[in-house]
Structure formats: structure tokens, C-alpha cells
Write a protein that binds this ligand. Structure first.
Ligand SMILES: [Fe+2]
Ligand SMILES: [Fe+2]
Length: 167
């Protein structure tokens, strides 16, 4: 069954939101690299790739359901942050915002009794739980580290492991 016009529009909107996420994380990666936090830069680079993967998942689903992918302009993400802590505070806020978007899509699919879209979106619901959990964990560590450069350095190294682990 083809996607409804409304559902297709909403999913196209989510492709844009995921691409914006990728762009925002790429900007955060550039900020971190510029400040010498190579671990954070690597982590954010991996995050950006994941977000592009999310966009592509939806892209493929829209096409599978016989609807048209319509790409919109991607918003300009911030270029500057005050600290790595600031970066992760904004990351958590952003992921919470995305969770809200996914929940809205899920509600729309349910309202239309579009079971295929509902099941497709389940993966994203679970993914958002993981995203918020991992970012909250990093934020907790950064808050504990406070202004101790040694502690921040350790966290940076730990985060760098993600990029090499290929996650
Ligand atoms: Fe995402
Ligand atoms: Fe995300």
C-alpha cells in the first residue's frame, strides 16, 4: 500500500531532520578537532555518519512505499561552542528534540493505521533511547571532570575509541 500524502510529507521532513543532525554533528566534530579534542572529533564524525544512515533508511522506506523523496534545504548548524561540555549539553537537547519528532511520526502512523510505517519507526524509537542514554552517560562524566584538563583528556581518549571501533 502506498504511503498517504501526509505520511510521505512527514517522513520527508524526518529525512531532513536526520540530515540536519548529521550536519550539526559534523560541525561539532570540526569544533572539537580545532580545539585539539581528537577523540570527541572522531566520536562526532561517527555520529554524523550514523545520522546520514538514518536519513538513508527513511529515504529507502519512502521509495519502497511508492512515494516520492523530496529533499529540502538543510539548515545551518552552529559553528561555535564554548566547551566540550557545551557540545554534549546541546547534543542531548537535540536528541531529545529528535525523540519528540520520532514520537510524533509514530503517533501519525498509528492514527492512520499504517502498520508498515509504525513497525518501520519502531527501530527509531529504540535508537533514540540508546542515543539519549549514551549522551547522558558522557555528559555525566564531563560534569564530573569539571575543569580538570587531565580528566577531560581521559574522556576524550575514551570517546576516540568509538571512531576506531567503527560504531
Ligand atoms: Fe537519527
Ligand atoms: Fe541521533
Amino acid at each position: 500500500m502506498m504511503l498517504s500524502k501526509k505520511m510521505a510529507k512527514a517522513l520527508n521532513g524526518q529525512i531532513n531532520a536526520e540530515m540536519y543532525s548529521a550536519y550539526m554533528y559534523l560541525g561539532m566534530s570540526a569544533y572539537a578537532a580545532d580545539k585539539g579534542y581528537n577523540g570527541v572529533a572522531g566520536w562526532m564524525g561517527a555520529q554524523a555518519k550514523e545520522e546520514m544512515g538514518h536519513a538513508m533508511k527513511i529515504y529507502g522506506f519512502v521509495q519502497s512505499r511508492g512515494a516520492k523523496v523530496e529533499l529540502d534545504a538543510i539548515g545551518k548548524p552552529p559553528a561555535n561552542y564554548t566547551s566540550v561540555l557545551d557540545v554534549f549539553k546541546k547534543t542531548l537537547k537535540h536528541e531529545q528534540h529528535v525523540t519528540g519528532l520520532i514520537n510524533k511520526l509514530f503517533d501519525a502512523a498509528k492514527a492512520e493505521k499504517d502498520h508498515a510505517t509504525e513497525i518501520f519507526l519502531q527501530w527509531f524509537v529504540t535508537e533514540q533511547v540508546e542515543e539519549e542514554e549514551s549522551v547522558t552517560d558522557i555528559l555525566g562524566k564531563l560534569e564530573m571532570a569539571g575543569n580538570h584538563p587531565g580528566a577531560i583528556y581521559m574522556i576524550d581518549r575514551e570517546l576516540g575509541a568509538r571512531a576506531t571501533a567503527g560504531h
